[in-house]
Design a protein around this ligand. Structure first.
Ligand code: ACM
Length: 629
């Protein structure tokens, strides 16, 4: 007992040694509701005691914190739930609820006595712990022990989320990510207080979840041919190319993932994408297609799509199949919603089918949107018969929506607004702000996708439109489609830092969002991600290139950066510029014979951006294309 007190005193003695902290130096993402900074620090003692309420949900939080502290500090970290010893960190559930904090809010105080986090529920303590981790030195993110001063600034933070649904979607169909990789992703998302992982489990490129009553789904439709290059334009696989690329999650894998996520207060929402994007299902069970010859189909390997990837809406076999799938999926995933896709269904194949024509006559359907609506309404009944809520992409609105369907709005906010106005629950995940598969800077710097979404644009995402009932907007989510994402490092690169912006969009009060405060915090988070060896995109330092023709048909280039206060140095002579080269101060007119413009961004004396080589031919082509349009 004496020893503990002595060590705790050592902790207190260092307080104040590092002077005043300011709010920006805290760099918490997402920005908390209320932060009061005070002068001074608490330093974790050599033997750090965590005192916690004894509650099974809190155990997951203490174990999480203990492991993080033990690894990075190398300290002896002890968890107690007796209140006899003075503890450096207390994680306490309120005995009388603080209603202002809700289910996920917390109150974190750091004083000379130590750290106290209080919450109504374990989830709140977990988010308080995430904030505490961000208050500790960046070395807390390391997988090795560091001998730094383990200080926490004196603060008083009250915090709770703006939205209950704070999601990220990972497409594990276009490229398969292993169970361990998905766990890694969960670990990364909780840093920024996301609480929902949407797994896009099925698509044309592979079926990723074991359905015991339909074994062919994973026997023949979970693997394709490994191709490297630009997805969408791969060569057609030949018979001798092995179909061994991909994989699937067994039901035990899913149970393990669900539990892993639950321990981190994350729900997993499964998505089974039908009736379009269903080639994997059709390959396994060709009788689900309206198109003759579907028995010759194979799972797509990224070649151009030339086959019917839809399920037959006019066949009872389709509904029997879906009933089996949904039965098992509902048992595997405890989350209340099942997402059944519904996007981008190519109805041209239905238009050629006598059986679909007969359905239309029988059911008095006049358009193919109404045919999809017939399909979705039947599917909604199946999902609800398993005790789950039905969710789909906003296409499900088009021919009329089932009474209790929830909508995920991706083609902008419009579909979500329409659905909410009709009384449906909505999650906003518009391409305009929340598509993480889009490029993050100039096309020449990124794997090619058809659109760009810069960090500052993701930061403008406002999930709640003025015109709708706020109760119906469950929250927001960013989506990472993985056609061009071939490995986990690239998953990280595409997610961070844009995921940080989305986190703030869905957690922080609207009035607390401010780009000028946000980007310096992102840069501090970069240092933390470096410690954690998590990849992120440095694209925020890449300038935008805007070209125009001068009256002499020379090319004028205007460069802009998302972050102010940076210097851009450039060359037209094919050499690599540094800060002794000309600095960009006004639009540049390229010399007539220049073949490329090279630029690099500095902050003061430090190179901070990537060396970018922009071919003049590329700019000329963009201008010519623009003139033609
Ligand atoms: C989608 O991006 N097709 C939902």
């Amino acid at each position: 007992m004496k020893r503990f007190t002595l060590l705790l005193c050592c902790g207190i003695i260092t307080f104040g040694a590092f002077g005043q902290t300011t709010q920006t130096s805290l760099a918490i993402i997402p920005e908390p509701v209320k932060v009061i900074n005070k002068k001074g620090h608490f330093t974790l003692p050599a033997r750090t005691i965590i005192e916690a309420s004894s509650h099974t949900g809190v155990l997951a939080v203490t174990n999480y914190l203990k492991s993080k502290l033990t690894v990075a500090t190398g300290k002896n970290v002890v968890v107690k739930n007796t209140f006899t010893t003075p503890a450096a960190i207390k994680l306490l559930l309120y005995t009388k609820a603080d209603t202002s904090l809700g289910k996920e809010g917390y109150h974190l105080r750091v004083t000379a006595k130590g750290v106290v986090i209080q919450a109504n529920e374990p989830a709140g303590l977990f988010y308080g712990v995430q904030t505490l981790v961000q208050l500790l030195p960046k070395e807390i993110e390391s997988a090795e022990a560091h001998h730094v001063a383990w200080t926490v600034p004196f603060v008083d933070i009250k915090d709770y989320p703006r939205f209950a649904w704070r999601g990220l979607m990972l497409d594990v169909s276009r490229h398969f990510f292993t169970k361990e990789e998905v766990k890694q992703y969960i670990d990364q998302m909780v840093r920024y207080k996301f609480n929902l992982l949407h797994m896009h489990l099925t698509d044309d490129e592979g079926w990723r979840v074991e359905i015991k009553s339909l074994p062919r789904l994973t026997e023949v439709a979970a693997h394709n041919v490994k191709k490297i290059g630009e997805f969408g334009s791969f060569s057609t696989p030949t018979a001798d190319e092995p179909r061994t690329y991909g994989g699937f999650y067994t039901q035990d894998d899913i149970k393990e993932l669900v539990q892993y996520a639950k321990n981190r207060f994350v729900d997993i929402m499964p998505e089974v994408d039908v009736p379009g994007h269903s080639l994997a299902a059709v390959v396994a069970y060709p009788e689900l297609s309206v198109t003759a010859g579907a028995d010759k189909y194979q799972v797509r390997s990224g070649e151009r799509m030339r086959v019917d990837n839809t399920l037959n809406p006019s066949s009872e076999k389709t509904y029997a199949f879906l009933d089996k799938v949904v039965t098992e999926v509902a048992q595997l995933f405890p989350f209340g919603y099942i997402h059944m896709g519904g996007d981008e269904c190519n109805k041209a194949y239905w238009a050629k089918s006598d059986s679909v024509k007969a359905l239309m006559q029988r059911e008095n359907l006049t358009t193919y949107e109404e045919v999809q609506s017939y399909f979705e309404k039947r599917l909604e009944k199946i999902v609800e018969s398993k005790g789950k809520k039905f969710m789909g992409w906003d296409e499900i609105i088009e021919g009329g929506l089932g009474p209790d369907a929830a909508v995920m709005s991706w083609r902008g906010m419009k579909g979500g607004i329409t659905a909410a106005k009709a009384g449906h629950e909505v999650v906003m995940s518009p391409t305009t702000f929340a598509y993480l598969d889009y490029m993050q800077s100039d096309r020449i710097m990124e794997p090619h996708v058809y659109a760009t979404l810069r960090l500052n644009k993701t930061y403008e995402f406002e999930p709640l439109p003025d015109s709708v009932d706020a109760k119906l907007i469950l929250g927001g989510q960013a989506n990472l489609w993985t056609e061009q994402v071939f490995n986990m490092r690239q998953v990280e690169y595409m997610t961070w830092p844009r995921g940080m912006a989305i986190a703030e969009d869905v957690w922080s009060p609207k009035e607390k969002k401010n780009w000028t405060n946000f980007y310096p915090k992102v840069e501090k988070q970069f240092a933390r991600l470096n410690e954690a060896e998590i990849k992120y995109a440095p694209s925020v330092y890449d300038p935008d290139f805007d070209a125009s023709f001068t009256t002499d048909s020379l090319i004028r280039v205007t460069l802009t950066t998302e972050i102010p206060g940076l210097d851009i140095y450039y060359s037209f002579d094919n050499s690599y510029p540094d800060r002794y080269y000309p600095k960009y101060t006004e639009p540049l007119v390229a010399p007539k014979d220049a073949t490329q413009l090279r630029v690099i961004t500095y902050r003061g004396k430090e190179p901070i951006g990537r060396m970018i080589t922009m071919p003049m031919a590329e700019l000329r082509q963009r201008l010519t294309r623009r003139r033609r349009n």
